[in-house]
Structure formats: structure tokens, C-alpha cells
Write a protein that binds this ligand. Structure first.
Ligand SMILES: Nc1ncnc2c1ncn2[C@@H]1O[C@H](COP(=O)(O)OP(=O)(O)O)[C@@H](O)[C@H]1O
Ligand SMILES: [Mg+2]
Length: 476
């Protein structure tokens, strides 16, 4: 029995004692009035009965007041907390886990409130930790680099992440709840999902998809999700975009094919002329001279090609480093142009050099930078007609040196410009080969400039000319 019960019992006992005391007191009064009044005045019996009634009413009234006050007290102690507890439980049922009720350590209702609050607090904590885990999982799924798709056992898409939306350029709301074969028109995906449903086995497959105007390659990993009771939950698909890898693989293949082709051409020519000479042509002195010259030129081309390939391969190696020193820009450009002077004279091209400040110096690898300017100016001479003009201008702006190589040559089409730095890419293959180029010159230029933390820019107009702008840091 708790405190409240014992208090209630005491109150009731007191109440009964009061009622009995009152009644005893009234009875005493009644008897004494009977004795005194009865003997002296002989009061009528009705009057005495009336007095008894009044006494009884007074007692009952006092008892009623006490009972009423007890009822009020019971209501405040029991009913109100129970109401509040009911309200709190209703709120909890609605999902508001912050709802709380009165607590006291006296009444049973108060203890009930206390227990409800503990339950509410626990539920709130559990909900918070569940929400945190859910958020973490959601963030992980949303931000993973690969596309993720979950298809339920009936074929409806249940989960898709941001990468999927980006890959297929579809909004999430247009995917969720759709059947996979309605959402994806690509038959490769549909057949992959069907295969997993049928075989119940994990699959890994490379697929090529056209998405909008783009062609993309994916490695798709698909797995059946089977629950603990061997019931089907669905299929999960993960899409890794391997387009870049494929592109690099293709580049490597192209490179090997290009090298083979570039090597085969001079070798075929050398072999052919040597055979013709051996077959008797060497007896004619003029033919001998002509063929040997061709053989020598072709050998030179082979040598340049092999040198360029070695240069590229050296630069692409991880251990490649520049042999840095302070380089005077004017001297660097003069030395580079000297090598090309005879070619300019031969083509009657005016080759001009202007350097705004003779003392400008940069941190650089002298030999590699010379290679850069020889390649770029050589291109200007090669891709300009006789009598054209080629100018090289150098100026310093703050910590950057700008070197512009301009020609009045054939120019390059806008869409070809980004490609000319690719290995073996030539705008006009025949013309380039005749000019003695290997198709590797600008690829080497780009490598060297980037190793110097510089940039190369090209602006050109077909028929008017081309300008290469090279920017290098004074200090690296
Ligand atoms: N100054 C220029 N004017 C016009 N076309 C150019 C110029 N420089 C380079 N190109 C184009 O860029 C291609 C790639 O140049 P490069 O890598 O030096 O190879 P190549 O051995 O063919 O000269 C050239 O084949 C040519 O089509
Ligand atoms: Mg070139």
C-alpha cells in the first residue's frame, strides 16, 4: 500500500470518528434536553425529533463536504495524470516521440507517467539512431561514384541513386515505381536483369550503351537478393562507368597501330628502293644516286620518329623530371630559330623574333624548351606557303612569360584544334608526311610545357594563319 492509500484510509477513519462523535454529541444533547426540558417544561416530542433531524443533517453535511473534497483530491491525483498519460501515448502513436507526460513518485498514475516517459525517451533515441543510420546509408548510396539500382521481386524499381540519374539523364521520380523494362529502353540492361532473375546468379558484364548523343561503356555488376527464408527480394545492379578506361585502351591500341604504320612506311620504301638497286638499277649512276638519297631521307625519317617516340615514352614515365636552370628567353628563342633558318630561307619565309626585354629569365629545362620552340616554329614554316611570314614575340607580364608564335599559313579548322595535340593526329595526313612530320611534335610540346607548369593555346583561322601562345612561369 502506497502513501496515498494510507492517507485515504486515515481520512476515512477520521471521517467516521467525526460522524460518530457528532452523533454521540447530538444524542447526549438530546437525552439531556429530554431530562431537563421533559421534567421542567414538558417539551413536546415533535420538537425533540426535529432537533435530532437537524443534528443528523449537520453531520451528513460535514461528511458530504469531506467526501467531496476526497473525490476532488482523487480526481486530481488519478484522473488528470491518466488523461495526460493517454494524451502522451496518443501522440507517441501518431509518431511524435517528443511527447511527455506528468511524472510523480507518489501515485500509481504518476509512476505510470514515469514509465511512459521512459518508453517515449527510448523510442525517441531509437528513432534518432535509426534516422542517423538511414541518413548515412542514404548519403552513401546517393554519393557513390557508381550507379545503383534496386529492382524488387515483381520487377519494380525501388531504389536508384544520383549516379543512375546522371548516367541515364533521367529524374529519380521518373524511375521509382516503374517496371525495369519500361524504365530502360536498352535491351542490354533488360536482358541482364532477366538473366539474373532466371539463373539466380551474380553477373558481371561489360555493356556499351548509347545515352542521348553519347556512347558510354559500363561494367555492370548484378546480383540476386534472396532473403533468409529463401524468398526473392529482388535484384541489385551496380553500374561502373568505364568509358574513360575504354577510351584509354582504344588510344593505346590506336597508338600501337599508328606506330606500326609510321614505321612500316619508310621501311617499305627503303626495302623497295634497295631491292630495285640490287636488281640492277645500281649500275646506272644517276638512278643509284637518286635511290640512295631517298633511302637516306627515309632513314632520317625513321630516326626522327624513333627519337620522338623515345622522347614521349621518357616523358610519360613516372620518374621523368626536368633538368632545371635559369634560362634567358631571348637566347633560348635565338638558338631555336637558328636551327630553322635554312628552312625559312628555302621557303622564302620571313622569320622574325622580338623579345620585349632581353634580360627575362625563367626556370626551365633548356634542351626541352628548345625542342618545344623548334617543333612549334617548324610547324609554322611547314604549314605556311612560300613567301609567308612567321613571327615569334616574347613579353613578360608579372610572373608569366608570354611567347606567341604566329604564321600567315593555311590555318586549322576550329573543331580540329583540340585534336592536334593528340599523338599522330594530323589535319592533312599527306601534307604532314611530306613536310617530314611524325605527328608527335605537338604531343611532345604539350608534355614539356605542362611539365613546366605552363599552358599552350591555339587560335587559328583557315586560310589566314595560326597563333600558338605559350605561357611559362618565371619561377617554378
Ligand atoms: N602552324 C600550323 N598551321 C597549320 N596547321 C598546323 C600548325 N601546327 C600544327 N598544325 C597541324 O597539327 C598537326 C599536328 O602537328 P604535329 O604534332 O607537329 O605533327 P606533324 O608531324 O604533323 O607536324 C599537323 O599535322 C597539322 O595538321
Ligand atoms: Mg610538327
Amino acid at each position: 500500500m502506497n502513501k496515498f492509500h494510507s492517507r485515504l484510509l486515515v481520512a476515512i477513519i477520521i471521517l467516521i470518528i467525526i460522524v460518530f462523535l457528532c452523533m454521540g454529541f447530538m444524542l447526549g444533547q438530546f437525552i439531556s434536553s429530554l431530562i431537563t426540558n421533559g421534567a421542567l417544561h414538558e417539551t413536546p416530542v415533535e420538537q425533540t425529533v426535529q432537533q435530532v433531524w437537524i443534528a443528523l443533517f449537520v453531520c451528513l453535511a460535514i461528511a458530504l463536504i469531506i467526501i467531496l473534497s476526497l473525490i476532488v483530491r482523487i480526481t486530481t491525483t488519478y484522473t488528470k495524470p491518466i488523461d495526460a498519460a493517454t494524451k502522451a501515448v496518443n501522440e507517441l502513436a501518431k509518431g511524435d516521440y517528443r511527447a511527455r507526460t506528468y511524472e510523480d513518485y507518489v501515485s500509481t498514475a504518476g509512476l505510470l507517467g514515469q514509465s511512459i516517459n521512459i518508453v517515449a525517451r527510448n523510442i525517441e533515441e531509437m528513432t534518432k539512431s535509426y534516422e542517423m543510420q538511414h541518413d548515412r546509408l542514404h548519403t552513401l548510396i546517393e554519393n557513390m561514384g557508381s550507379g545503383l539500382l534496386f529492382i524488387d521481386s515483381k520487377g519494380y524499381i525501388n531504389i536508384s541513386n544520383r549516379s543512375i540519374n546522371e548516367i541515364f539523364k533521367i529524374e529519380q521520380k521518373d524511375l521509382l515505381g516503374l517496371l525495369y523494362y519500361e524504365a530502360f529502353a536498352h535491351k542490354e540492361i533488360v536482358s541482364l536483369v532477366e538473366e539474373i532473375f532466371m539463373t539466380e546468379r551474380k553477373l558481371r558484364r561489360q555493356i556499351h550503351l548509347s545515352v542521348g548523343n553519347e556512347q558510354k561503356d559500363f561494367e555492370v555488376y548484378g546480383a540476386p537478393i534472396i532473403g533468409a527464408n529463401v524468398e526473392w527480394k529482388g535484384v541489385v545492379l551496380v553500374f561502373h562507368d568505364i568509358s574513360e578506361l575504354k577510351r584509354l585502351e582504344q588510344m593505346r591500341k590506336d597508338f600501337v597501330a599508328n606506330v606500326s604504320h609510321e614505321l612500316r612506311t619508310p621501311i617499305t620504301s627503303i626495302k623497295g628502293f634497295a631491292e630495285t638497286l640490287l636488281d640492277g638499277a645500281m649500275n646506272e649512276r644517276e638512278v643509284l644516286q637518286e635511290f640512295l638519297t631517298i633511302i637516306l631521307n627515309e632513314s632520317d625519317r625513321l630516326q626522327v620518329l624513333i627519337q620522338d617516340l623515345l622522347n614521349l615514352s621518357k616523358m610519360e614515365n613516372k620518374g621523368f623530371s626536368l633538368n632545371l636552370s635559369r634560362v634567358n628567353v631571348k637566347e633560348l628563342l635565338e638558338n631555336s630559330l637558328r636551327v630553322l633558318k635554312s628552312k625559312a630561307v628555302e621557303k622564302d619565309i620571313q622569320l622574325e623574333l622580338s623579345v620585349s626585354d632581353e634580360t627575362i629569365e625563367i626556370d626551365g629545362d633548356l634542351d626541352r624548351l628548345k625542342q618545344v620552340f623548334i617543333n612549334v616554329v617548324n610547324n609554322s614554316l611547314s604549314y605556311s606557303p612560300n613567301g609567308a611570314k612567321v613571327s615569334v614575340e616574347a613579353s613578360a607580364l608579372d610572373d608569366i612569360i608570354h611567347i606567341e608564335i604566329s604564321d600567315t599559313g593555311i590555318g586549322i579548322e576550329e573543331n580540329e584544334i583540340p585534336r592536334i595535340f593528340e599523338r599522330f593526329y594530323r589535319v592533312d595526313k599527306a601534307r604532314s608526311r611530306n613536310s617530314g612530320g611524325t605527328g608527335l611534335g605537338l604531343a611532345i610540346v604539350k608534355h614539356i610545357i605542362e611539365a613546366h607548369e605552363g599552358t599552350v593555346q591555339v587560335s587559328s583561322k583557315v586560310g589566314e594563319g595560326t597563333t600558338f601562345t605559350i605561357r611559362l612561369k618565371k619561377n617554378i
